[in-house]
Write a protein that binds this ligand. Structure first.
Ligand SMILES: Nc1ncnc2c1ncn2[C@@H]1O[C@H](COP(=O)(O)OP(=O)(O)OP(=O)(O)O)[C@@H](O)[C@H]1O
Ligand SMILES: [Mg+2]
Length: 502
């Protein structure tokens, strides 16, 4: 509002208007007056707007005052209308005030005009501020209502006797009863099955003023009995101005579906774990049978074939020694050849027996068997430096672990010979005890060619090493270090009780 007071005057008598103008010039030098005496001019002036106060005579020919009042309040409800009349009784004036006039001044007392105008302006400003505050409040309330009803999670406000003051549609749907039917009812009446647990929480919130958040609750509701459901529930205090608990707010999310999925996942995980364990057991058994079979074969080769070969060799020898008894030279040469072939077959059988069943593993244990293997390997490959590091304490780890470690090193060395073109191999075995328990840690690394993509699935050797490690519940890792070559690491858990006899 500018400093100039813009006044619209409805008056049919020019003399009265001039009187008013003179009076106001004295009292309100900043006021600007506009005079209308006809309805159409009034309408135009109202349309133009910008009036601070309207001063109106009561009886203007062609204009009924009450009609004029209505017209003004409908178009400019915030502009105060002051009746300025020569002849109006007190009762009539009170009636007009009821109809919407803000105040009145008698023409005989125009000296009051400024006071009345200023008071009306003050009231108009207060009125305007009140209306704006009410509007803001109702907008906030509408927003809150919309928030409550649009919320996909359940919401509730309880009084301190735990009666429902307010509940949204989402929670009513979860509970399975119409929204309005909850109002005024207690928690115990609405969800009797959950009441003991809920009431304990609510009482604690009233007592401590602290929220209780994300509590998982399960139960059946009267609307769907026989169906176990799950919810995630948070409750919090709503404080009054003095910091006391005035009410309790609650947020409820239905998590039955999530729980079902979790439950199914847990079961299938348990099934997968059981299958994995079964698979390990079977693999371990397969390797055990394989080793048994190898041992049997080795024994047969050694005992049966060995005996027959010895017999053949003896026969050939006796033929050869019978030279003095006059046999021909051809027969003697054949006897010599048979004897040499038999000796060769004997050597092959010994090697096969050694590979099929490392005899030392049974009698001397893992460490000496590995030393023997490495020294045999080294003998045939003098150009490669093979180092074996064995820490103390490799005894008593059980047959499964011994044979697993032995076969991994055996295949590792075979691979180095076949594929690596290495100049150096390092093998180390040590026993550790850490947070995962006791285990044998095996490293086998060589310089030379790195692995190529897809190598791990090219043959049976690497696969067999991995399976052997897994069968004893261990881990196996194969990599190509940045410097080249191949590195194998296996962690083989040492069972408390060796599992040989299972
Ligand atoms: N130490 C190594 N250095 C370089 N390449 C290697 C090494 N070990 C394995 N490889 C590569 O990985 C592949 C797979 O090895 P794996 O032992 O599984 O099979 P293989 O030795 O080819 O045949 P087999 O089934 O007789 O063992 C090999 O063919 C080779 O290309
Ligand atoms: Mg191999």
């Amino acid at each position: 509002m500018s400093d100039t007071l813009r006044l619209l005057v409805i008056e049919d008598e020019a003399a009265d208007f001039l009187l008013m103008q003179r009076e106001l010039r004295r009292q309100e030098p900043e006021a600007s007056l506009t005079w209308v005496s006809r309805q159409d001019h009034l309408c135009a002036a109202l349309d133009a707007g910008g009036w601070d106060v309207i001063l109106s005579d009561y009886s203007v020919p062609g204009m009924d005052f009450l009609q004029t009042l209505k017209l003004i309040t409908s178009r400019r409800p915030m502009v105060p209308v002051i009746l300025v009349s020569g002849t109006i009784g007190e009762e009539e004036a009170v009636e007009l005030l009821k109809q919407g006039a803000w105040d009145f001044v008698l023409k005989s007392r125009l000296s009051r005009l400024s006071t009345v105008i200023r008071r009306s302006l003050r009231e108009a400003r207060e009125h305007q501020a009140r209306i704006a505050a009410e509007e803001a409040l109702s907008q906030r309330e509408a927003l809150l209502n919309a928030f409550f009803s649009a919320s996909p999670v359940g919401m509730v406000v309880l009084d301190t006797d735990f009666r429902h003051l307010r509940i949204n549609d989402a929670l009513a749907r979860i509970i399975g009863a119409p929204t309005e039917s909850h109002l005024g009812r207690t928690v115990g009446e609405v969800v009797p099955v959950l009441a003991p647990e809920l009431l304990a929480m609510l009482e604690s919130i009233v007592l401590t003023g602290q929220p209780i958040l994300n509590v998982e609750m399960s139960g059946e509701l009267p609307s769907a009995s026989g169906m176990l459901r799950h919810w995630l529930i948070s409750h919090f205090p709503i404080l009054d101005g003095a910091g006391g608990v005035a009410a309790i707010g609650g947020v409820v999310t239905e998590i039955s579906e999530r729980k079902r999925v979790e439950e199914t996942l847990k079961k299938s995980e348990q099934r997968a774990q059981a299958l994995l364990a079964e698979n390990r057991r079977l693999t371990q058994r397969t390797f055990k049978l394989l080793e048994q079979e190898r041992r049997h074969l080795a024994r047969e080769l050694h005992d049966e074939l060995g005996q027959w070969l010895a017999a053949i060799q003896a026969e050939a020898e006796s033929l050869r020694l019978g030279r003095s008894t006059g046999q021909d030279a051809q027969a003697l040469a054949s006897a010599q050849a048979i004897s040499e072939s038999a000796a060769e077959v004997n050597r092959v059988i010994r090697r096969l027996v050694g590979e099929l069943r490392p005899a030392l593993l049974d009698s001397l244990g893992l460490a000496d068997s590995l030393r023997d293997m490495v020294s045999q390997w080294q003998k045939h490959r003098p150009g490669v430096r093979c180092e074996l590091f064995l820490e103390d304490g490799l005894e008593g780890m059980g047959e499964s672990l011994n044979i697993t470690a032995y076969r991994i090193v055996q295949e590792g060395l075979t691979n180095v010979a076949k594929h690596a073109q290495a100049s150096r191999v390092r093998i180390s075995l040590r026993r550790v005890t850490d947070e995962q328990g006791a285990a044998l840690i095996l490293f086998l690394e060589n310089d030379g060619k790195p692995l190529s993509p897809g190598d791990a699935h090219r043959g049976m050797g690497l696969l067999g090493m991995r399976e052997r490690a897994a069968a004893v519940g261990g881990e196996f890792d194969l990599s190509s270090p940045p410097g080249g070559g191949v590195r194998i690491e296996a962690r083989l858990p040492i069972a408390n009780r060796p599992q040989e006899d299972e």
